[in-house]
Unconditional design. Structure first.
Length: 99
């Protein structure tokens, strides 16, 4: 089972169809990014590799870094790299499609 800390904020990163935006986007992408005050570890890229690496070092193995010491930088408006999960498509119920 995943530690409770890793589930914090999960809903903010789930991509959903947004009719008002006319796009599929996660709520976190609509927020103004905050520039961290300090980073002991900078991870460039929030694809599967970068996200997993940051999680392993900060949450799963908290002996090396505190979660607040790890900064993940992503150029796009969402995490996941080339994997794109779409939820809440009309007529699809609670099914998620990864493309």
């Amino acid at each position: 089972a995943l530690p409770a800390a890793s589930a914090v904020g999960h809903a903010a990163f789930g991509s959903r169809w947004r009719p008002d935006w006319g796009d599929v986007m996660a709520p976190a992408a609509a927020q103004t990014p905050e520039v961290p005050e300090h980073c002991r570890l900078a991870v460039v890229g929030a694809g599967w590799g970068g996200t997993y690496f940051a999680w392993r070092l900060s949450i799963d193995d908290a002996t090396l870094f505190n979660p607040s010491d790890v900064c993940v930088f992503e150029a796009n408006n969402r995490v996941g790299g080339r994997i794109f999960s779409v939820r809440d498509l009309p007529g699809m119920g609670d099914m998620a499609i990864d493309v």
